[in-house]
Design a binder for this molecule. Structure first.
Ligand code: AMP
Ligand code: MG
Length: 411
C-alpha cells in the first residue's frame, strides 16, 4: 500500500500550493445592501461624502464657546445664558448663532449650533434658572464634538475589492447612502458523498449502515462562508458512478468537494477518478485529523477529496478548504482564523470591574504585526467598519501596556 508520508505535504505548504492554483470568479452582480451579508465586494468603496456631515455633540450637556469657560472650576463656576435646546434631528442652519456668553442645551448626537465649538457635559453644569446655567469646568475647543468628517471623509477608501461584508459593513454602506453594491456572484460548490455504507440521514439505517452526515455539515459550513452548496447525494464506491457524478458536479458548479474514499484502500476511488478527470497536486497532508486529503484541478476547477470521517471532513474544511473557497469567491480574507496576535502599538486602559471590547486593526510593519486601537465615538459606525477585531479586556484587568503581545478576536 502506498505510504502517505512519502508524498504528503506540510499543511501550510499544501495550502499555499492549492491557493496558487485557484482563479477567483470574475462575474459580478448588483445586490441591495440590506441583502449583502457575507458577499464579496467586486469594486472598492469610497466615501461619497463627509459623515455625519455636520458637527454633533458626543455627550449630553451644553454647547458653548470654549473660550467662555476659561478659568471655570468647581470653586469658581461661570454663568452662561441658555438659548434653548438644539433638538435631535434639527437642521443646524435653523439654530440661532451662539454668541459669547451663551450656551445651548444639547443631547448626544444633537446638532451643534453655529458658533459653538465645544460641549460641557451635564455633570459639570448646574441649571439655575430657565435662562441661566453654571459651568464648573474649563474646556478646550473641540471637546466632545463629533466633527463633520469624523465618521467618514469624502474620498476616503473604506473597503477594498475582495472585502467580505460583515453585519456592521451593511450599516456603514447604508449610512453613506449606498443602497446597492457590486459583488461577485455567489460561488457554487458541489458536494458529493461516497460510501457503500451510507444512507440518507432521514432514513433508518439497516445493521451495518450509517446515516450520511458530512454533506449536511459541509453545506452548513459553505453557507456560513457565503457560498451556495449543491448536494449531489450519495454515490456508491463504484468507479464509473463516481466518475459520472463528479463530471456532472464539474459541469454545474465552480468547486467540487467529495467526502470519503480519499485514502488508499481498495474502495477508495477518489484519487483514481480525479486523476482521470484532471491533475492531482496534493494527496496527503501532514495534519491531524485529515491526512488523506486530495487537491486536484479538473476542467480548471478546484476539487478537494475529503476524508470521510466526519471529524476529519469538518476540520479539513474549516482549515484547508475554507481559505480556498474564499479565494475562489474573490475574497481577500481566508476566514480560517478566528483570532489574531500582535504587539500593542499603544497602551490601552480599562477600569477594574468593567469588561472592555476594544475595536482594533493590525498593521504589518517591522517584524511583528502591530495592533492599533480604532478611535472614535460609539456613534461612529466607522470605528467598527474599520476594525479587524475586538480586543477583550477582562473585568479584573486595568488594561494593557504598549508592547504587550495580545490576541484578539476577528470581528
Ligand atoms: P472513508 O474516508 O470513505 O474511508 O470513510 C471513513 C469513515 O467515515 C467510515 O467509517 C465512513 O463510514 C465514515 N463516513 C464516510 N463518509 C461519511 C458521511 N458522509 N457521513 C458520515 N460518515 C461518513
Ligand atoms: Mg468510504
Amino acid at each position: 500500500m502506498k505510504n502517505f508520508f512519502e508524498s504528503a505535504k506540510p499543511f501550510h505548504a499544501a495550502l499555499v500550493l492549492a491557493q496558487s492554483k485557484i482563479q477567483p470568479i470574475t462575474e459580478t452582480q448588483e445586490v441591495p445592501t440590506v441583502d449583502v451579508l457575507g458577499r464579496v465586494l467586486a469594486s472598492e468603496i469610497v466615501s461619497p461624502k463627509d459623515l455625519p456631515g455636520f458637527a454633533r455633540s458626543g455627550m449630553d450637556g451644553y454647547a458653548v464657546h470654549s473660550l467662555d469657560t476659561q478659568g471655570a472650576s468647581s470653586q469658581r463656576p461661570i454663568e452662561l445664558k441658555v438659548m434653548g435646546r438644539a433638538e435631535m434631528g434639527q437642521d443646524p442652519a435653523s439654530l440661532p448663532k451662539l454668541e459669547n456668553g451663551q450656551a445651548m442645551e444639547i443631547g448626544t448626537g444633537g446638532p451643534l449650533p453655529p458658533g459653538a465649538d465645544a460641549i460641557v457635559i451635564l455633570e459639570e453644569t448646574e441649571r439655575i434658572s430657565d435662562s441661566r446655567v453654571k459651568i464648573f469646568s474649563s474646556i478646550s475647543t473641540g471637546i466632545h464634538v463629533i466633527v463633520p468628517d469624523e465618521d467618514f471623509k469624502k474620498g476616503e477608501q473604506i473597503y477594498m475589492t475582495g472585502h467580505r461584508i460583515r453585519p456592521v459593513d451593511i450599516g456603514a454602506l447604508l449610512a453613506l447612502g449606498y443602497t446597492r453594491v457590486n459583488v461577485f456572484r455567489r460561488l457554487k460548490v458541489g458536494v458529493i458523498s461516497t460510501g457503500d455504507e451510507l444512507v440518507p440521514a432521514e432514513t433508518q439505517p439497516k445493521p451495518g449502515q450509517i446515516r450520511e452526515i458530512n454533506s449536511h455539515i459541509l453545506k452548513a459550513q459553505l453557507t456560513e462562508l457565503g457560498a451556495q452548496a449543491q448536494l449531489f447525494g450519495i454515490v456508491r464506491d463504484d468507479r464509473s458512478a463516481l466518475l459520472k457524478t463528479v463530471q456532472r458536479a464539474l459541469d454545474e458548479t465552480d468547486f467540487v468537494l467529495l467526502s470519503g474514499g480519499s485514502s488508499v484502500g481498495a474502495k477508495d476511488l477518489t484519487e483514481q477518478v480525479l486523476g482521470e478527470l484532471g491533475q492531482i497536486y496534493i494527496h496527503g497532508l501532514h495534519m491531524k485529523p485529515g491526512k488523506p486529503t486530495i487537491f486536484a484541478l479538473c476542467s480548471n476547477k478546484p476539487v478537494v477529496g475529503l476524508p470521510g470521517n466526519p471529524v476529519s471532513s469538518a476540520v479539513v474544511f474549516a482549515k484547508f478548504v475554507a481559505p480556498l473557497i474564499m479565494k475562489s469567491a474573490g475574497a481577500l480574507t481566508s476566514l480560517a482564523l478566528r483570532r489574531e496576535r500582535g504587539t500593542l502599538h499603544e497602551e490601552i486602559k480599562s477600569v477594574r470591574g468593567r469588561t472592555d471590547f476594544v475595536p482594533v486593526v493590525l498593521h504589518f510593519e517591522g517584524e511583528s504585526p502591530q495592533i492599533e486601537r480604532v478611535k472614535g465615538h460609539t456613534t461612529n459606525i466607522s470605528t467598527l467598519a474599520k476594525a479587524e477585531g475586538l480586543l477583550y479586556i477582562e473585568p479584573d484587568s486595568e488594561g494593557f501596556s504598549q508592547g504587550d503581545v495580545v490576541w484578539f478576536e476577528i470581528w
